[in-house]
Design a protein around this ligand. Sequence first.
Ligand code: NOJ
Length: 556
Amino acid sequence: MENKTWYKEMSVYQIWCRSFCDGNGDGIGDLWGVLSKLDYIKSLGVDGIWFSPIYPSPNADYGYDISDYKNIHPDFGNLEVFKQVLDGAHERGMRVFMDLVINHTSDEHPWFIESKKGKDNPYHDYYFWRKGKGKKRPPNNWDSLFEGGAWEYDEGLDEWYLHIFSKKQPDLNMDNPKVREEVKSIMRFWLDMGVDGFREDVITYISKVDGLPSAKVKLPAATGMQYYADGPRVHEYLAEFKRDVLDFYDCFTVGEGSLMSTNTALGYVQEGENQVLNMMISFSHMQADCLVTDFIQRPFSLTKLKKSLSEWQNGLYPNAWNCLYLENHDHPRIISRYGSEKYRVESGKMLAASYLFLRGTPFVYQGQEIGMLNNYLPNLEDYRDIMMKNNYRIARKLGLPKKKVFEMAQKGTRDNARTPVQWSNEKNAGFTEGTPWFGVNPNYPEINAESQLEDENSLLNFYRKALEFRKENEVCIYGDYKEHLKNSKDLYVYERNLGERKLLVICSFTEKTVRFDAPEGIDLDEGKQVFGNYESCFVIGNGFTTRPYEMRVYLF
Ligand code: NOJ
């Protein structure tokens, strides 16, 4: 029996505030800007907003290094304006989810500053402070995912602290019950204010193997990961947060883990008494054109993408729920990756249909709905992304040529998703009246929200219609999933079924013409074409020949 619930039926819009919309003219997106766009967000047909971190932060990792969990970054506003946003969203029938980053804090968080003061300080054990061999050798051989080794030496203490991300992001010691109480208090703070749940950052990293052993098997730039990804007590801690806090609220959680199998994910999200998260953000479908990280690019492979999507669709069926996305603040723009900049609108609509109608809760990232593209900057110094800069250093150290590495950086950087949202063809794309904190993509005169609002055939209106359709047709939400033409290198075809209803989605991932024949048992003439990205869609002999990046959706 399907467990029907609101978070399965919703779709969510993700805001990375710094680049969303500037309301006070200082060049930085903020909550006043969000307030002014609530109607726009609602008009997309979404039911919730996920805010990437908007807490005070020194911005070593743009908000994912938090220095105060119970406040708002002054660049973005204050608690008062946040409450206005929260109320405004609720009045419009949208929920609000906060990013909860508890694997690490900023090194400027008062807990860390205290922890450095001495071994007897009550906050010392909030973090992983360990002895190494003096200042020469760290306590183990783990890598930081953002810069060199995972340990930083402190002269005063003659100890090292662990940081899996940058040295400005020291890892919290979740084994300390006081730290877990702090987490609960943070959760309650936001839930009591009215927030509806959390996206939990790298949540599968929060429990480290006892003794923090050196890794015998080295992983490229990620040595040690085997000792903290899905660590020994992560389920126990998440169950504790659920039991002590989350169960008292009508809220939802989506976890972010590293690359994981569907079986590992089920351990967290399978419905039943051991469920600790509602959904898990999967990664493998974001690797159809790269190797592990967006930095190491490969030619796009549709079969790789389909394999991953189907693995998660089937693997989580029927008792767990997928988190569906193609873009967020950590990945380059999807049209520039899996689609075609030349066929921007066509491929944008096709990509939207390729995932919005899958089984799961769809997330749409700011600017995705208007088809924003990557923005390639001329110099390394023009970029801000700490992760890309780390990858750049590693690649150069390995001896790869400068020009090649820079091209990889341009294509693979997270900054591609972090350029200001293009609202109109006015100065600075209507993002700010001041000087934008980060370069606006010069293509804004052609690609902007305003020009798409009234255009029936725009990508923006496609997203609106598709999200509305999903809401009105239960087959899109609760239907089962079946893939066709698995071996096709050009077409992604899937079907959803619920009772008498069937949805058939056909997506061409190529500029070439390809003949599509309806799968056995399906007569296209019996269905109604509900979506497409071209005019005049004929069916000839129970199939058709695709045009570049053609997409059709039939309802039976
Ligand atoms: C995942 C977040 O999405 C990313 O932006 C961040 O850099 C890391 N976690 C570290 O918090």
